[in-house]
Design a protein around this ligand. Structure first.
Ligand code: SAH
Length: 236
């Protein structure tokens, strides 16, 4: 047996760590890579989704006090009683939207921290995102500017109305749960377009639905049980 000392196999202690450029310790690229591995184990396959998660600094989308938990596969609180979705759910919903190829124009309802929009923006040409809580929207827009995500348009509005001036959309993703799918959103889906949306009353009884618009109407497929914050009317 050849014995190799740990000084020969270990990282050189004084070497300049390239990861320092991207954050240290719990926010480093290596931590992000581990999250990607965990998502693969949970069944996420789409290479573009995995790449987007690998490249997007989730710790910049949560409060600094929580940044050490940003690469755990958990939902985390953001301000105003809202949450940044669990990375697995972000990845899963994005993967579902890409099933029939990369959509050109995507509408998101519920900007929140901006993380889901940032993941989409790393994959699709144009993202439109709507948030009803002004304070969250302002913060998310700052993050988009900081990360030079110039292909995201975001506005303060009640997402029940979609974004009619920019409709129709090839894909719509809703990240808060209404009791029924808003008709305006169905109307703003292009033919051949798809929507992924959690639907249900109360946090524990929502199901994720995939809705596709065909020349004949809408086809709905139920995916899995999920737990999102409620979809609320009006803006604040
Ligand atoms: N996609 C977000 C998830 C945030 S939680 C992220 O990646 O962080 C869901 C968000 O939906 C909350 O910020 C909530 O304020 C917002 N929301 C709820 N109902 C809404 C509505 N009718 N119109 C727009 N945003 C809504």
């Amino acid at each position: 047996m050849v014995y190799i000392s740990r000084f020969q196999t270990g990282q050189p202690v004084m070497a300049i760590n390239p990861m320092l450029k991207q954050g240290v310790g719990m926010t480093s690229q290596r931590t992000r890579d581990r999250l990607v591995e965990r998502l693969k184990e949970k069944g996420i396959r789409h290479p573009e989704v995995l790449r987007a998660i690998r490249e997007t600094p989730r710790h910049l989308f949560v409060d600094e006090a929580l940044s050490h938990r940003a690469y755990e596969d958990d939902a985390l609180p953001i301000s105003n009683g809202q949450t940044i979705s669990q990375p697995y759910i972000v990845a899963r919903m994005t993967e579902v939207l890409l099933e029939d190829g990369i959509p050109d124009k995507v509408l998101e309802i519920g900007t929140g921290s901006g993380y889901q929009a940032a993941i989409l923006a790393a994959i699709v040409p144009r993202v439109f995102s709507v948030e009803r809580i002004r304070a969250l929207l302002v913060q998310a827009k700052q993050r988009f500017r900081q990360l030079k995500l110039n292909n995201i348009m975001a506005k303060h509005s009640d997402g029940s109305w979609g974004w009619s001036q920019s409709a129709p959309f090839d894909a719509i993703i809703v990240t808060a749960a209404p009791e029924v799918v808003p008709q305006e959103l169905l109307d703003q889906l292009a033919e051949g377009g798809r929507m992924v949306i959690p639907v249900g009353k109360g946090r524990d009884i929502q199901e994720l639905q995939y809705i596709k618009r065909t020349p004949e109407g809408f086809e709905t497929r139920t995916l899995e049980a999920v737990s999102f914050v409620p979809f609320c009317a009006g803006k604040v």
